[in-house]
Design a protein around this ligand. Structure first.
Ligand code: FRU
Length: 455
């Protein structure tokens, strides 16, 4: 008797069957989350559950290109060391051709995923669905009541995706990304349980300059400030923004004030937040639509950023790498405030304090990136000559934190006021860094976060 394999079994066979090759390949990341093999885009379902951090992600296990979407899964006890978990969701129901982005909650001890079922048939249909795990996150069962929101509101377009759910005042609330009259908007739903939702209306929408569709909306409150973090489509020069405003839960409206780009680099999108016992963390996709992926030939593409801790100071969003990442530190390679301050490697954490100068990142072909930081602000120059500059507030520390992981660089400048994330593919697979000007440079080599990776 032959037993046919489920879509999930086939996905696990594909993702894990080719993982040794992908993870041992030249650019394989050592301490960032990437799929075991295959494609990864948005972070999904960030949640702390059962004493572990769970991170899911948009995943195509069968190739290093985007395709019908599955949910991959990794978990961690300490936010620094991770292990791969079985693929969580496959598009295996009649109402879906892809399991698009969404979130996760702890529903009275049951890990529950809320996602968009995407159906490519003409016309494209996007509905909201849920799946529950009764074994602590190893397997998920889709609700027989799916889709739990089966139609988009008449006032919006059929782009209706990326539900982010949170609990407030004894009820569940959900924001969903959409488009209203050619402007990006976030829709609000509320419910007493995760299967029955009441449409509350448009929570807020752009003014015409903030893109024409908002993907991956997140509502959160950080240091007393209401924020809506969205990934606007077609907002020239901008990808992922935090909108500052005032959320009126009773009215179901958010009045917007100003906004800030989350990250000035080329490889940051679709960020999702996770509340963690009073603090707010954020993880983004460390890549972007339309970018080249030199890792494709090694059987993988896409990764997630490091977890960042969020704060708001003087009307600005501050993002800093989570302190737990110190657990990855190995040998201290540099600790000097004068003379030659240089470090080479593939997996490094660099911190420069009291900086007035330039940190250069180079490979065998020469300069890959320069980061200038002084009294005025910070600027990032890439090998092609393109420069992105941003002012820093006078009170911001003249400090730079840089994480290098084989083919990625994440920079946090001015105590986290400005971030810059970029994928850099070094010629000899090693990045040389050196500081010119004033500043005390400290550098550590970093250890792998996954058992099978090695630096
Ligand atoms: C954002 C996004 C989401 C969608 C997902 C599909 O990058 O386009 O809106 O749910 O990716 O993979």
């Amino acid at each position: 008797m032959s037993i046919s394999k489920s879509m999930l079994d086939l996905a696990n066979d594909a993702a894990f069957g080719k993982s040794a090759k992908a993870r041992r390949s030249r650019y394989a990341l050592a301490y960032h989350i990437a799929a075991p093999s295959g494609w990864l885009n948005d972070p999904n379902g960030l949640v702390r559950f059962g004493g572990r951090y769970h991170v899911f992600y948009q995943h195509h296990p069968f190739s290093a290109q985007w395709g019908p979407m599955y949910w991959g899964h990794a978990s961690s006890a300490d936010l620094a060391h991770w292990r791969h978990e079985p693929v969580a969701l496959a598009p295996d129901q009649p109402y879906e051709k892809g399991c698009f982005s969404g979130s996760a909650v702890d529903d009275q001890g049951v890990l529950t995923l809320i996602y968009t079922a995407h159906d490519d048939d003409s016309p494209v249909k996007e509905t909201q669905c849920i799946a529950r795990s009764f074994d602590g996150g190893q397997t998920f069962v889709k609700s027989p009541l799916n889709p739990v929101i089966g139609a988009y509101p008449a006032e919006c377009s059929s782009d209706f995706r990326d539900p982010k759910v949170w609990r407030q005042d004894g009820r569940w609330h959900m924001v969903v990304g959409s488009r209203h009259g050619g402007r990006g908007c976030a829709l609000l739903y509320s419910g007493d349980d995760l299967e029955h939702w009441e449409y509350r209306g448009i929570l807020c929408e752009g003014d015409g300059t903030l893109g024409d569709m908002w993907e991956c909306p997140n509502y959160c409150r950080v240091d007393g400030q209401d924020l809506l973090i969205v990934s606007p489509m077609n907002m020239p020069g901008h990808k992922n923004i935090a909108l500052f405003g005032a959320f009126d839960a009773a009215a179901g409206r958010m009045a917007l004030d100003h906004w800030q780009e989350l990250d000035l680099g080329d490889d940051f999108y679709a960020a999702q937040i996770m509340e963690d016992e009073g603090r707010m963390l954020l993880i983004g996709w460390m890549d972007m639509w339309g970018r080249a992926h030199p890792t494709e030939e090694d059987g993988w593409a896409g990764a997630l950023t490091l977890p960042r801790e969020l704060h708001v100071r003087n009307g600005r969003l501050i993002q800093l790498p989570a302190p737990e990442l110190k657990a990855l530190r190995g040998e201290k390679a540099v600790d000097s405030d004068a003379g030659e301050r240089a470090a080479s490697g593939r997996c490094l954490e660099i911190r420069v304090g009291g900086m007035d100068g330039c940190l250069v990142l180079a490979d065998a072909d020469g300069m890959m990136m320069e980061i200038r930081l002084n009294q005025e602000g910070v600027s990032f120059t890439l090998a092609g000559g393109r420069t992105v500059a941003a002012p820093l507030s006078p009170e911001a520390p003249r400090e730079l934190i840089v994480f290098i992981d084989r083919c990625s660089v994440e920079c946090f400048a001015g105590g986290g006021e400005v971030c810059f994330t970029e994928r850099l593919y070094a010629k000899e697979l090693r990045i040389d860094t050196f500081l010119r000007g004033a500043g005390r440079m400290e550098a550590w080599t970093l250890n792998p976060a996954f058992e099978e990776a090695s630096c």
